[in-house]
Design a protein around this ligand. Structure first.
Ligand code: MN
Length: 197
């Protein structure tokens, strides 16, 4: 049985960056649906039912072919949203120490990293998907993925930015750049640091 993370803040705690209505629809609507669907889809599949979700998503050949697409979509939706909601906070904590060193050496500064993620999220990505800060071959990188897919190659998924319209449309309509700008001040960099390998 897969269970969503419990939000470490109230639904309205991220306002005004992300409104309570958006959070409610996103967490109690979309994220719950992905999770419920994943549990239904894996019911009775003894080999995969209790697998760690990341192991499952990285070993989709274990899934019966007729369920593969649905489990990838809903399993990805379940997992990506755990990472997304888990890395937000009403109490901004800037990156420091080892993580800050890695950001500075790879991108030059936190601002430059944010610019790169913004470009990936608003210009490179087309349609529903995610922009990510990941760790790959030990170093940091910014990449995108479509739908609920994972990035192609990574050691660790550090920070996901949800660019599905459901993540921002109630608040920002078509102004997704404003959503991205207001996302960075609610990132919990302490959580991101713990995801480093
Ligand atoms: Mn979403």
């Amino acid at each position: 049985m897969y269970e969503r993370i419990q939000l470490p803040y109230d639904l309205t705690a991220l306002e005004p960056a992300i409104g309570g209505d958006t959070m409610n629809v996103h967490y109690n609507g979309h994220h719950k649906a992905y999770t419920d669907n994943l549990n239904k889809l894996t019911e009775g599949l003894d080999q995969i039912q209790n697998m760690d979700i990341l192991d499952l998503l990285l070993n989709m050949d274990l899934v019966p072919a007729d369920k593969r697409r649905a489990i990838r979509n809903n399993g990805g939706g379940f997992y990506n949203h755990n990472l997304y909601f888990g890395a937000l906070t009403p109490n901004f904590t800037p990156p420091k120490g080892h993580l800050l060193d890695k950001i500075n050496s790879r991108f030059g500064s936190l601002d430059a990293l944010q610019d790169k993620m913004t470009e990936a999220a608003t210009a490179t990505l087309f349609g529903s998907g995610w922009a990510w800060l990941i760790q790959k071959d030990g170093d940091l990188d910014v990449v995108i993925s479509a739908n609920q897919d994972l990035p192609e190659k990574f050691d660790s998924l550090l920070l996901p930015l949800d660019m599905w319209e459901h993540a921002y449309y109630l608040n920002y309509k078509n102004k997704k750049g404003d959503y991205v700008k207001n996302y960075f001040p609610i990132v919990n960099w302490d959580v991101v640091a713990k995801r480093l390998k």
